[in-house]
Design a protein around this ligand. Sequence first.
Ligand SMILES: [Fe+2]
Length: 394
Amino acid sequence: MYRVSTDYLKPGMVLGKAIISDTGTILLNRGVKLTDFYISKLKKLGYDTVFIEDPDTSDIAIEDDINEQTRRKAIQHIRALFNVPISELKNEKKTTINDIKKSIESGRIKEKLANSKILKNIGAISYQIVDEVLDSKILSGLVSFKRYSDFTYKHCVDVTVLAVTLADKFLYDKDKLIELAKGCLLHDIGRVLIDKSLYEEPRKLSKEELETIKTHPTLGYLTLKDIAGIGIISAHIVYQHHEQQNGEGYPRGLKGDNTMPLPRKETKKGYIMPLAEIVYTANVYDALVSPRVYRSAYTPDQAFFIMKRMAGTHINREVLKMMFEVIPAYPLGTTVIISTGKFKNYIAVVSKINRDNLSKPVIRVIFNDRKKRIEPFEIDLSANPHINISGIII
Ligand SMILES: [Fe+2]
């Protein structure tokens, strides 16, 4: 199978992977033959790419980094938890951030959360995600099917999978990884307390509106802190997930020193907690490879390029270095275009990842430079360093 833009879908193509909605239900199952109706529905819902089965790439199996059912369950649990503050505050007139803070401090939301089964579910699913991440060998590249919105429950799950993978590489123990997963799944809970239109409308925001958005880590932290079942680490991940190395992040302008020393140091006053630096990095990557109302998704190699420029100032250099070692620049099943040599402009699908050299996979060339199908052949880029490729979405 390989990944295709929904613009290129034709009736009769067969889905290689199920399409899961943002509420965690299956919209279309794998193996479904696409029709005009399905294709226009997918586009309307904002899906930009899907995996399709194809005779020339039928042997390319793209494994999930976590089980599809776990992902769906996680989405449902996050949604249920985010709905608690939404429904608790729905009849209140909230005009300012201070009003919202007062509502949080009144304790009703916390009480409701603490007494609900939902929190236990989040704990259990965090444990399960950590277990599955520790078992899986390589990240599939997190290029699943996204929707036009940067506030999706799926985004929370993808960020969690990447953050846990990175933290494991930095030798955090399992208990910490579970705390991390919990904080990560809930990192954007503060957003549900803010006017939705600020995130979803494609328009330039006023200074005031931007300031409102920047309160979401604080609102999330206030909502979760001191609840039994949410530890201080998880709460601080929520609080610190937009802080940057140069101190220009928000809400508190904490700093980073671009290191990830081992053994673990205590967090210094005024500095970002290392686990939150990992979440920040995972969050930036996932935002880049997801489409937005105003732009298409970046391919992973484009995202890497952008993130390299953010290293040192925004992103912790050590964390980014580790990310390049766990995410392939060209994930399995993605399409690439050859940019040098006699096959210039031919289009290929990544057919095998070289684990020792993630940026030099084996590719299977299936289209010529006029986008005509050809008899497929493979090139191992690690053995042909002069051949360059870049990621594209066809
Ligand atoms: Fe956020």
